[in-house]
Design a protein around this ligand. Sequence first.
Ligand code: SF4
Length: 324
Amino acid sequence: MISAGDIEKYAYCPLSWWLSKQDKKVDSLEGVKSHEREGEELEDIRKKEVKKAYYNKLILALAVSASLAAVIGIIILPGVAEKENDYVFIVFSLIWLLNSIFFLYRAERISIVSLKLRYEKAILLSSMGAILIALIVILSSLPSNEEFSKFLEILALLWIVLANIIFYRSINLSEELLIKKLRYVSSDDNIAYIGIKKESPMLESSRYGIRGKPDYIIEKDGEYIPVEKKTGRTPKGPLFSHIVQLIAYCMLVEETFGKVEYGILEYDERKYFINYDERLKNTVIKLRENLVKDLKRGEAHRNHNREGKCMNCSRRDICPERLA
Ligand code: SF4
């Protein structure tokens, strides 16, 4: 298995990669710290998203329970349950059921994941409405009980108050989350993986013989987008070696997570969206093959005549073939 980081160094200059195997001082301390900070922030975002989802479920459960308790409370209040009302309830129940069938039909036909989820939520709500109304009809046959009715109304009120408190906390959490999240992804996207964290699993591809950990992976409408952040000087365009590393991540993500259309190369001052195409994929495969050959030979050499490259090379001080 060859790491995407090694392929990146090899793409910059084979000798740079070779020297890096002996000289381990690579990333600047500032770069490492910045990566750690981002890793913690991304993890915090993920935890808050889980908390927000939990709050939403709790609010829904409390609201449904409170509505149910309130409705039952009204039904068993003496003088409320009348037989002729049953027909009205049955009609309403049928409307809700038809509503569920409509959304079920739409959810089956739509391929956009986010819309599908919305339709599925609508199905759930419509079915719950139908069940609730059917329940009212059944409960209307219960004997009246004023005391129990009052108890249920008070219980419903307490649950609604609790749901509101949680709702308020959920709004605060959403605002906080949105501000933090927008630094990395848009509000509707999810963070599927955080490679910056030390304990994150290494992604491996037995098919291509590569491994690595992209900084993080965004999940957007069922597609995955690896993101690689580069600290330090922002170049005028994306560097070839960085593109190669990102494409290696695209290959890993495609095999481990699913569909990949492009990856993001993020410098301090600019972001580049790099298309994941066959040409770049073949470049990565070819570079890996050359790297393995050099590894077997036990040597690697400069493959360019660019002084500027040597000027910016972090291994210039120990390089026997440097041009500058
Ligand atoms: S100084 Fe130049 S030749 Fe040497 S490793 Fe760096 S880029 Fe390659």
